[in-house]
Design a protein around this ligand. Structure first.
Ligand SMILES: Cc1cc2nc3c(=O)[nH]c(=O)nc-3n(C[C@H](O)[C@H](O)[C@H](O)COP(=O)(O)OP(=O)(O)OC[C@H]3O[C@@H](n4cnc5c(N)ncnc54)[C@H](O)[C@@H]3O)c2cc1C
Length: 793
């Protein structure tokens, strides 16, 4: 091997990422850290504004420049209306850039689902029509540092600290991005674009319209459907000056028809509908296609299946399926010749596998733009190639009024989206211009003839691979933006190499320490902003038990020492059930009982003192004291409070029925009598007409959401004289002032906060935020479901 693989142990990574936590334990230190970081951030914003103008091409040194409220001399021109179709990673990147030009652009983002994130948004109960190709055990195939946008480092974990993290962590990150850049205000969820047609301009005679059309291209009439209250679909129409297509390319599954497939008695499915391996327990499964999904899903299934056969023409990985030491029930097969009526599968080398229970097609997706008429929009899709597109983004005929974002594959998508988005934003706001139509067409022809010369099949023309870095540099140049930092290509290349040579373990054993170091240094140039990122969900995967310092151990022991033996027994049953049910549904990232006790139980106990200090009546065992735990998830802190304080009457509220069912089962099994569950969204259960409104002495929350949102979801449950108590981490300090208005509106007195000694799920100190309710909540709060998230008070 030409290089020595460096296996970086968890503890080395931790020492780089997660400095010992006890430094946070005094408020004096904490205050200092927060304010100095905040100052650094403010300074950075100012500095980068001027740097971006002064130094546009410095090979990544200023890759993180943020342009805020870019002031363009556009007074002579009306504001241009821009629609972004899709709120996935690409749409968000574009929204951010466009929204920084509010003086010249009027921006809307239509997203058909009920949240941002696109493929990364997995509605836990998989309802809401939110189809996505993600499956339960999916971990990213790129390390988080390289995957993240340049403007918001993805170096730290919120729900999963691993470098190759779970899809849940990516969604958290994308939500964070949308919040960071205030994108939610412009996002319109549950809104599906049905058609975009060129507008016949009535005012063509006016010279300014002609000029506008020559420079920017035509306007577009957009028909769309909005799902409003009570699931009513309302059709609407609006005209836009420009449309950015960011609808993704992982929704229309490619199909395959092998001889005999209609008669084959076994199951046939596309990888896009695969969710988890247990359905294949003890079965023989044939997977077709050995690219990223074929490799990953075959690994996932092989843990449950009897045998897995991976059939393909080409292999991205020499080892996969051919080396029995990797997985001994995974076998490589050539192309399928036929599926047989008797349940066997025959391969091109003449071999036959009998008793095949299922065939899964991991053969990718097709570009699909059902809302565009190809003739009207002057493009076509042939053999999965979209053409003609200048730099794979603009149809020359439509100039910048129609752009395609993120068509490329085998790339690092998020940072590439950002560069493309910057270029689009500058074009639409008139800061830069596209070349003439002829020049653009020439560029397309050159690109196509080069691909033909290299004998690349047409269906792979949007595949960039190693060409992505030259492409990115070109887009950066067109956009007048700094190039991507060099460590990104280094990390990408090393990861690829590691994956090919160490396919089973490349996600946990790394060989890119140099690039990682550079990534972290770049993160630090943000004023270590990332360490202030919101954290605290109960799903951190990483176990720190061996790394705990003496101080940390003492904190945990102190919390647990308040628990009686009988209660400890109940907690044990709870922990065991949590681990058991976690196999079938996503409840916690904790992997052992020990970890649950330390990270979640002890942490939940740490709130009790705050409740008892704020509401002394809670100590009176002769009176019922009513607590509601809002967004309880796996039952933290609510279930633990019920166990620790048997005289409290605790309600656990969650919007997912499967979670409330789990909690009911825990209550039954551990004989916890003072707990009940409420299956509802908080906005509905706290509604003016709900039986739960203003009925509780205390509403608790340990969810990761921002205090502005949490206050609207929690305070309506609290009766006057009661209190709202939220468990936060360091981000809570910043959020308190921002949420002050919301709390006042909802009837709470100004929030106070105190530190408690605890180790949250992420290993940080705890901040407990409290507000006593001093007047009834106005009946207009909480607003209808989804609105508090979209536009927090
Ligand atoms: C299984 C799988 C694993 C992957 N793993 C990785 C990985 O590890 N690392 C990585 O960097 N990338 C990975 N990717 C690639 C991933 O697709 C990109 O990271 C990126 O998220 C794509 O973003 P997007 O916005 O282009 O598309 P999407 O995420 O698909 O978002 C498009 C959005 O447009 C919306 N939309 C579509 N049509 C309409 C309409 N008519 N009206 C309104 N809204 C509409 C959709 O609802 C969706 O939200 C993976 C992809 C898949 C499928």
């Amino acid at each position: 091997m030409l290089y020595a693989r460096m296996i970086i142990s968890r503890s080395i990574i931790n020492s780089v990422y997660y400095p010992r936590l006890q430094r946070y334990y005094t408020s004096h230190e904490m205050g200092q850290r927060t304010s100095s970081s905040a100052t650094k951030l403010k300074t950075r914003d100012k500095e980068t504004k001027s740097k971006t103008v002064a130094n546009n091409n410095n090979n990544g040194d200023d890759a993180y420049a943020i342009n805020k409220d870019i002031d363009i001399d556009n007074d002579h021109r009306k504001k241009r209306k821009v629609l972004v179709v899709g709120g996935g990673a690409a749409g968000l990147a574009c929204a951010k850039e466009l929204l920084q030009r509010k003086k010249s652009l009027d921006v809307k983002i239509f997203e058909q689902k009920s949240n941002v994130g696109g493929v990364w948004f997995v509605n836990d109960d998989r309802s809401d029509g939110d189809k996505t190709a993600m499956y339960d055990n999916l971990r990213t195939n790129l390390p988080r540092e390289v995957m993240g946008y340049a403007s918001l480092p993805f170096t730290n974990g919120t729900v999963d600290e691993r470098r190759f993290c779970s899809h849940r962590e990516v969604l958290e990150y994308l939500e964070e991005y949308a919040r960071e850049y205030n994108l939610f205000d412009a996002l319109q969820f549950n809104t599906t674009v049905r058609s975009c047609r060129k507008e016949v301009r009535q005012t063509k005679s006016s010279s300014s319209s002609k000029e506008e059309e020559e420079e920017f291209g035509p306007a577009w009439t957009v028909k769309y459907v909005v799902i409003e209250n009570m699931n009513e679909k309302v059709e609407k129409m609006e005209t836009f000056d420009a449309i950015v297509i960011a609808n993704g390319h992982y929704s229309k599954a490619r199909t395959a028809h092998f001889p005999g497939c209609d008669e084959f008695p076994g199951k046939q499915m596309h990888s896009s509908t695969y969710k988890e391996p247990s359905v294949f327990r003890n079965q023989n499964v044939v997977l077709v296609g050995a690219q990223a999904s074929g490799e990953d899903i075959s690994r996932d299934i092989s843990r449950e299946a009897k045998n897995v056969y991976l059939s393909a023409k080409t292999w991205q990985n020499a080892e996969w399926g051919s080396n029995p030491t990797i997985l001994n029930n995974l076998f490589r097969k050539p192309n399928i010749k036929a599926l047989l009526e008797n349940g066997s599968v025959e391969f091109e080398d003449g071999s036959v596998v009998e008793n095949v229970d299922a065939v899964m097609y991991c053969i990718g997706y097709e570009y699909d733009f059902p809302f565009l008429d190809e003739n009207d929009a002057n493009f076509s899709v042939h053999e999965n190639y979209v053409s003609p597109l200048y730099e794979q983004m603009f149809v020359p005929e439509n100039r910048s009024s129609l752009s395609f974002l993120g068509l490329m594959w085998k790339v690092v998508p998020f940072p590439q989206f950002e560069l493309q988005a910057k270029w689009i934003a500058k074009l639409l706001s008139g800061e830069t211009k596209l070349p003439s139509k002829d020049e653009m067409m020439k560029n397309v022809e050159d690109f196509e003839s080069e691909r033909k010369k290299k004998n690349i099949p047409k269906r792979h023309w949007h595949c960039l691979g190693d060409d992505q870095f030259a492409y990115n540099d070109r887009i950066a140049e067109y956009a007048g933006e700094p190039k991507m930092s060099k460590w990104r290509s280094e990390m990408y290349t090393k990861t690829g190499l590691n994956k090919r040579t160490n396919p089973e373990k490349y996600r946990d054993e790394f060989n890119d320490m140099d690039a990682l170091q550079k990534a972290l240094e770049e993160d630090l140039r943000f004023g270590n902003k990332n360490t202030l990122r919101r954290r605290g969900d109960a799903q951190v995967v990483h176990a720190l038990s061996d790394d705990l310092s003496q101080a940390e151990k003492e904190i945990i022991e102190k919390q647990l020492s308040t628990i009686s033996d009988a209660q400890m027994k109940q907690l044990k049953i709870y922990s065991q059930l949590l681990l058991e049910w976690n196999q079938k549904m996503n409840l916690t990232g904790a992997k052992t009982e020990d970890e649950i006790l330390k990270r979640h139980v002890a942490d939940s106990l740490s709130i009790i003192a705050a409740i008892e200090n704020t509401c002394p009546e809670s100590k009176d065992t002769s009176k019922a004291f009513k607590v509601i735990d809002v967004g309880t998830g796996a039952g933290f802190p609510g279930m633990v409070l019920a166990i620790a304080r048997p005289h409290w009457d605790v309600s656990l509220l969650d919007s997912l029925q499967k979670r409330t069912k789990f909690l009911d089962h825990v209550a039954d099994s551990a004989n916890i009598k003072n707990v009940k569950t409420i299956w509802s969204r908080a906005e509905d259960a706290g509604n003016f007409e709900s039986e739960h409104r203003e009925r509780f002495d205390v509403a608790t929350a340990r969810a990761v959401a921002d205090l502005r949102l949490l206050s609207e979801l929690c305070i309506p449950f609290v009766k006057v004289g009661g209190a709202w108590i939220a468990m936060k981490n360091q981000s809570g300090l910043d959020e308190i002032s921002k949420a002050a208005k919301a709390v006042e509106l909802l009837g709470g007195e100004p929030m106070s906060h105190q530190e408690v000694q605890s180790l949250g799920p992420d290993g940080s100190f705890r901040l407990v935020v409290t507000s006593k309710k001093i007047k009834g909540t106005n009946k207009k709060y909480p607003r209808k479901a989804g609105t508090p998230q979209k536009s927090p008070l």
